[in-house]
Design a protein around this ligand. Structure first.
Ligand SMILES: [Zn+2]
Length: 247
């Protein structure tokens, strides 16, 4: 019997919704909303732990985490974060040549004058995604700084989470500049921290085609993966990573 868990954000309500392990709008953008049965060879395949599963549709359980959030937290509270993320990814797709050429992203070009609050919401989307990834593994607890930022919808905060963004030329050369239907995440690594034995460090990446978003919690970033970002700069330089292991 599966015991239901509490929502990791409010820690009050039963978790009755599941955040998608891969974002639904990213899947729909690549493959559409209809059933994927008739796509034949083009039917998207999800790889996890060496196992292949054909996706039946964008709502497939395969790409959802187990139930981890309540409706209130997943929909009402964090919806502005999802919205900022969708706008961000759409910008990356629409401007992929420019991004590859310039190697930086200017958040004001994406969000206009409202960029300070929008980029904070984007960062909070990454925090939510990070929390869901950690919570999906029963051996780990979502770090308290991460919970507090989302639960209280903080606009000023300190956190152990750092983001970088990078280009992966191997994926780009293999699948082409427009390979944004190829979405996924890399394996999550965890680290023992000598100065903080009660807390693990974590790292993993999520990618839309060749565009990688890299997560580092309480560990140093790989400097080649781009400038460290905590929603604290308007212009973000993107790095380049060669190797990665698909999750
Ligand atoms: Zn909740």
């Amino acid at each position: 019997m599966k015991i239901s868990r509490l929502c990791w954000i409010c820690n009050i309500n039963i978790a009755d919704t599941a955040e998608h392990a891969l974002k639904k709008t990213d899947i729909i953008r690549g493959y559409g909303k209809a059933s994927y049965h008739n796509l034949g060879e083009k039917q998207p395949i999800h790889f996890k732990n060496g196992k292949e599963t054909k996706l039946q549709g964008a709502n497939s359980d395969v790409i959802k985490n187990t139930k981890d959030l309540c409706k209130q937290c997943n929909n009402t509270l964090t919806q502005p974060y999802d919205f900022s993320y969708d706008n961000f990814i759409q910008y990356v797709i629409n401007n992929c040549d420019l991004i590859c050429e310039r190697r930086f992203i200017d958040f004001e070009e994406i969000y206009g004058a409202d960029f300070p609050s929008q980029q904070t919401n984007l960062f909070k989307y990454f925090i939510k995604s990070f929390g869901c990834r950690i919570y999906a593994n029963p051996n780990f607890e979502v770090p308290i700084d991460v919970v507090e930022i989302i639960k209280n919808d903080l606009n000023h905060f300190t956190t152990g989470l750092k983001i970088t963004m990078s280009i992966n030329n191997e994926v780009k050369n293999k699948f082409g500049n427009q390979c944004f239907h190829f979405v996924g995440k890399t394996e999550m690594h965890y680290y023992n921290l000598t100065d903080n034995p009660d807390q693990f460090g974590f790292s993993f990446s999520e990618h839309i085609g060749w565009f990688f978003i890299n997560y580092y919690y309480l560990i140093d970033i790989n400097e080649r993966s781009g400038t460290e970002w905590i929603a604290n700069r308007k212009v973000l330089f993107i790095g380049e990573l060669e190797e990665f292991n698909f999750y």
